[in-house]
Structures are given as C-alpha cells and as structure tokens.
Design a protein around this ligand. Structure first.
Ligand SMILES: [Zn+2]
Length: 262
C-alpha cells in the first residue's frame, strides 16, 4: 500500500504491506524538486512502478543500499530513470548477497541491480556521507531550502536495537555533522517529519554517547555482552526473536566492543 501525503513542497510516499504494518513498520520515499529520494521495498514493487509512471520523477537518489530503501532500484533503472547513489551503495546493490529469511518475509526479495545506471546529477540536492547506520549511508541535503532527507540517520532518539554492521561511533559523528548543517526540516525515512531537527539530532548523539560510555565501563570491568545488554539496554524486544537476533540490543553492545578493539 502506498499512502501519499503532501507536506508543502515535499510529497511523502509512505509504503507498507499487511506484514510490515503487523510489526509496526513502514518506510517513506520523498518526492522533492521532481526527484524521488529512495525507492521503497520489493513487496510494493508493482505499486512503486505505477507511482513512477504517474509522478514521472526526473531522477532518483538513494540514501543507502538497504532493501527497504533500494528494493526497487532495478525496476527504476531498467525503466530509464537516472540515478544518483554513492559508489559503495551501487557496489552493494550489484553484489546483493542473499537476505535473511525475516528480511525477505518483511520486505520481499529485491531483484539485484544488473542494468546499466544512467547517472543523475542532482543540482539543488546533494548526497552527503553520513555513515554509521550502514557503511554506505548518505543523507540528501537541500541547502537552499535548509531541508535534510535523513534516510535512516535518525529513526528516533533512544534506539536501543542495532543490526549487524552498525557502527555507533561513526553514527554519532554523522548525527553531529548533520546537526551542523542547521536543517530547518528533517524528513526521516521511517518517522516522517521530525520536529526541531537540530535538537533531535543532538539529543540522539548525546544519548548514544552516554549509552556507549556506560557499555564501555562494563566492558572494562569484564562483563559479558549479555549482562551488559540486560543492565544498560534492558530486555530484548520482539524484533530480536522475529529476526533471530539479527536486529537486537546485544548487537549495540557488540558494536561498542568491536570499536574498542578496532
Ligand atoms: Zn537502513
């Protein structure tokens, strides 16, 4: 299902299925200046194709390679749309290792990017590196309108779960760099329009730093990852069981430990 919301000069395209709604998820793409930021997931591919036909964007920009943001990239590129994405994002989409079962069930299986990409040169919108959530994560910055399309940079202030491959220290640096742009508006790929974006980005950075310090202190005292998780982050949420541990609080602790040894 696609739900379209107009927010001044920005159109939010909220994508969900019965499965994603059942676990409380949707993901949004945004149409701005005739450009679509992100493409949603494969399970809504037919609806996305119809939307592209209707909206006729002049190009597409991808924030990162995750299947809920770039799941329809082959469809868009094969259809002739020019695309802007980082080299790392394109490399990940061309390699496309098989997804875990829960991710396939949630978002559908994205066809791998095989078609040749016609580069999109976005004039008023630029891709700014913002790694941490994933190695290839970028935000899209509209300097003239002081508007930030954050992809999965923000997601909420106190996000205690992490997937494998997150780097919390880099994420904190990216949050501070995004706040330093002084965005007037922030559009989050899951949360929609974020109020007081500079305060929200900095509050998240501060909460993450405090949490990482608490985790590091326990690591230095020799605690196990499991004990630290329970003490600092609390019980594992539903996602932990549904994803068989791929999305879990203990991953946050493991990422902090990995960072110490890096
Ligand atoms: Zn993501």
């Amino acid at each position: 299902m696609l739900a379209i919301e107009a927010l001044d000069d920005v159109t939010r395209v909220v994508m969900s299925t019965r499965t994603t709604r059942a676990i409380g998820y949707s993901v949004s793409a945004y149409l701005v200046r005739g450009v679509l930021v992100d493409l949603g997931f494969a399970a809504v591919g037919r609806e996305v194709a119809a939307y592209l036909d209707h909206a006729q964007p002049r190009g597409v920009i991808l924030t990162h390679h995750h299947e809920d943001h770039a799941g329809n990239v082959e469809l868009a590129v094969r259809g002739g749309l020019p695309l802007a994405a980082s080299d790392a994002t394109l490399a990940a989409l061309r390699a496309a290792p098989p997804l875990d079962t829960y991710r396939r069930i949630t978002w559908g299986t994205p066809p791998r990017l095989v078609s040749a990409v016609r580069p999109f040169v976005c004039d008023a919108l630029c891709l700014v590196p913002a790694p941490g959530h994933s190695h290839d994560h970028h935000v899209v910055w509209d300097a003239e309108r002081e508007t930030l399309f954050g992809g999965d940079l923000f997601l909420g202030i106190k996000v205690r779960i992490a997937h494998e491959g997150e780097d919390p220290r880099r994420l904190v640096a990216s949050l501070r760099a995004a706040a330093a742009l002084h965005p007037r508006r922030l559009f989050d790929a899951h949360r929609g329009l974020v109020r007081d974006p500079v305060d929200a980005l900095l509050a998240k950075a501060e909460w993450m730093e405090e949490t990482m310090h608490a985790i590091e202190a326990r690591i230095h005292r020799g605690w196990s990852d499991r004990a630290i998780t329970r003490d600092v982050l609390g019980r594992e949420p539903l996602e932990h069981h549904v994803s068989r541990g791929k999305l879990s609080k203990i991953n946050f602790v493991r990422a902090v430990r990995a960072g110490i040894h890096r």
